[in-house]
Write a protein that binds this ligand. Structure first.
Ligand code: IVH
Length: 672
């Protein structure tokens, strides 16, 4: 077959890009040692995406663009494991461990070495790689038959689609949701009136079994591999070698592990991690202790359910009992009314706890939580206090079910319990509690980021009727600000400057700040990159919006509904009249590049002093036009843009016969 030149070049570049992106992903997600900026990664990723769109024949199954499939999964096919996925016997104290050690000593001849690993609280998965390519990911299921979740596992960036060597192996590990992602997910869900997950494990399980891989991709799952059950030709004799081999193949393992010659050594490791547990970024529920040598594992053998060569030490649950004195109901910015238990203060996992979110009415009913109850509290995701259950034995006879409010605690309007929601909602658009929360959100760091305008000041502004909706922030003057508590002239002046400065923010900050349902900071950025102005976004249809990668139907529908609201249009008009910027001024994506531009797909270097352009802005403009702006001259450079006093780069370009453009040529092509 005769391939045309462009195609061949594209093919080479695709290979090169996949290798580069795989390397950067490995550094970022597996080694936790990124070597490039996110924006640089995004640029290469979009270059690859663009080549694949132009030449669909070049799409490889293990390309990083193929991580998130476009369509909903029909369900999860059942798959029988080649080797059963067993579970582990448990020990709960030192005596239990001693008994395990004694048993192992009886079964194994020779010195025993124990390898200790953290027991990650997630769900087990088995990954198969054939000739280096990920072919299958299956959940544990009942140990014999699991579910094929390959489509979703591929969205986890720490899982390489291709190993560093073309080997055929089966590795097993634990998929988990980091504590921070769990907390963020639950906070978002609570705010949107959706049911919250009880703990990171449930959240990980729900996410892995979601039929929409886009949802899985957005929830930041991760994994650690902890064993290799089939390893083909590889020569491995111990568990620690197996983990090192997995690492060398590019797979993620947990570096917190250690080897001990005695069960006393194992105990010291357990004590160490019992202390460190709450500081880890993921939940662990114990320590797994494994006989290190494979030949000794063989000697120890298996029961029907579990290996005799390993045991799980389970940490005691960090729970404590306290009494509920009050149930407080508060209204969030979207109108969701959330109950919080106010309790007698208790010490729990290193902090004093006296409040715990009860999340929603359904949860109160389900757990039958009442005033004056003695309850067990623990920390979900090791951070957020949570009421686990009631101590029913201590409940008094005259106890009555918790009173559920019928009216909004802030505005008295009747609350609604929408059919598809677990939350109670205040639907009064004028509810002051919602307005106050909307203001707090508008000025917050990821939104308009108005320095010095903290929650306390916003509340004062609101309660003193100086600000009613976000547009009033831009009406404030020095005198008004100086009437606030603890605000002197200097800080009032700074505040005014910060408010004024926020008018120049790029569109995505405003869009996020508006608090449109389901539009988080990331969605706001994607929408702004695509539409560039609020006006263009307002004109867009749902069909138009939902095809953007990273934006689904739910977000698209919500955006369109927002722009249909008269109040939203009024607010935007007021903001515009104040001079608030409504245009995207951040970096542009290659995706939107004009393929007819002379710079499209060209590798360009800029050097020397420029008179008519700011270097960064020029770089952005060229990138938007589809160029790849790099730092050094090579044979692959298509154009050198040389300003005054250009030095060695100009000489090198001339040597390599790379075309050189001066600023005048640029002005002719793109204007100033
Ligand atoms: S080894 C034969 N290592 O704990 C089973 N398991 O109760 C070998 N787990 O189903 C499992 N971290 O899902 C092993 N470092 C680790 C682990 C680990 C978490 C889970 C795993 C297993 C369960 C056993």
């Amino acid at each position: 077959m005769v391939l045309d030149n462009d195609f061949k070049q594209a093919q080479e570049r695709v290979d090169e890009l996949i290798t580069l992106l795989d390397r950067y992903s490995h550094e970022y997600y597996v080694l936790d040692r990124p070597s490039i900026e996110d924006s640089e990664y995004d640029k290469l990723y979009h270059e690859l995406l663009h080549l694949e769109e132009t030449y669909p024949a070049l799409i490889q199954q293990d390309s990083p663009t193929q991580r998130v499939g476009g369509t909903l999964l029909p369900g999860f096919e059942k798959v029988e494991h080649d080797l059963p996925m067993l579970s582990l016997d448990n020990a709960f104290d030192f005596e239990g461990l001693q008994a395990f050690d004694k048993r192992v000593q009886q079964l194994v001849s020779g010195e025993i070495e124990y390898e200790c690993e953290l027991k990650i609280d997630g769900l087990a998965v088995s990954l198969k790689y054939e000739e280096g390519k990920l072919t299958q990911a299956v959940t544990r299921g009942d140990g014999r038959v699991g579910e094929n979740v390959t489509g979703n596992v591929k969205t986890i960036k720490a899982v390489p689609l291709k190993l560093r060597r073309p080997v055929s192996i089966e590795a097993r590990g634990e998929i988990y949701m980091p504590k921070a992602s769990f907390i963020k997910l639950n906070t978002d869900r609570e705010e949107q009136g959706e049911a919250v997950f009880a703990n990171p494990r449930n959240a990980a399980a729900g996410t892995l079994r979601n039929l929409d891989p886009k949802v899985t991709a957005s929830r930041n799952l991760n994994l650690f591999l902890y064993s290799m059950v089939q390893y083909g030709e590889l020569e491995i004799e111990t568990q620690s070698e197996a983990l090192e081999t997995l690492e060398k193949l590019g797979l993620r393992t947990n570096p917190d592990r250690a080897i001990f010659q005695s069960i006393e050594g194992v105990w010291s490791y357990i004590e160490e991690y019992q202390e460190k547990r709450s500081q880890l970024p993921y939940e662990i529920d114990g320590i797994v202790i494994k006989v290190n040598r494979f030949d000794e594992q063989e000697q120890a053998g298996y029961t029907v359910k579990a290996p005799r060569w390993a045991i799980a030490y389970k940490f005691p649950a960090e729970e404590t009992k306290t009494r509920i004195n009050e149930i407080e109901w508060s209204v969030g910015r979207t109108g969701v009314v959330t109950p919080t238990a106010i309790m007698d203060a208790v010490q729990l996992a290193g902090t004093t706890v006296k409040r715990a979110s009860l999340h929603n009415v359904d949860l109160i009913k389900e757990r039958d939580i009442r005033l004056d109850d003695l309850v067990f509290v623990r920390k979900a995701g090791d951070i957020i206090p949570e009421v686990v259950r009631v101590d029913f034995d201590s409940r008094t006879e005259n106890s009555v079910p918790c009173e559920i409010p019928v009216n909004c605690p802030a505005c008295e309007s009747e609350l609604v319990h929408l059919e598809d929601e677990v939350a109670l909602r205040c639907v009064n658009p004028k509810c002051p509690a919602q307005a106050k929360e909307r203001l707090i959100h508008f000025v917050s760091r990821n939104a308009m980021n108005i320095d010095g305008l903290g929650e306390k000041i916003v509340i004062q502004l609101f309660e003193r009727h100086l600000v009613e909706d976000v547009s009033n922030l831009y009406d404030l003057d020095l005198e008004q600000l100086m009437t606030l508590d603890k605000i002197a002239e200097k800080s009032a002046d700074n505040l005014l400057k910060a408010i004024e400065g926020s008018k120049r923010n790029s569109m995505e900050r405003l869009l996020f700040g508006l608090g449109i349902k389901h539009v988080g900071a990331k969605a706001a950025r994607l929408l702004s990159e695509k539409y560039e102005t609020i006006e263009a976004l307002k004109q867009a249809t749902q069909e138009d919006i939902q095809v953007i990668e990273g934006i689904g139907e739910i977000i698209a529908e919500s955006v369109v509904a927002f722009f249909e609201l008269e109040a939203a249009i009024d607010l935007l008009d007021k903001l515009k009249a104040h001079g608030v910027n409504m245009t995207y001024t951040g970096p542009k994506k290659v995706e939107t590049a004009d393929t007819t531009s002379v710079f499209y797909d060209k590798t360009i270097v800029i050097t020397g002093k420029l008179e008519h352009y700011k270097r960064n802005e020029l770089k952005e403009t060229l990138t938007r036009l589809g160029a790849n702006v790099t730092g050094s001259i090579s044979k692959k450079t298509d154009i050198l843009i040389a300003g005054a006093d250009a030095g060695s780069k100009l000489t090198k370009a001339q040597e390599l016969e790379v075309p050189v453009w001066d600023e005048e040529a640029l002005i002719n092509e793109i204007g100033q």
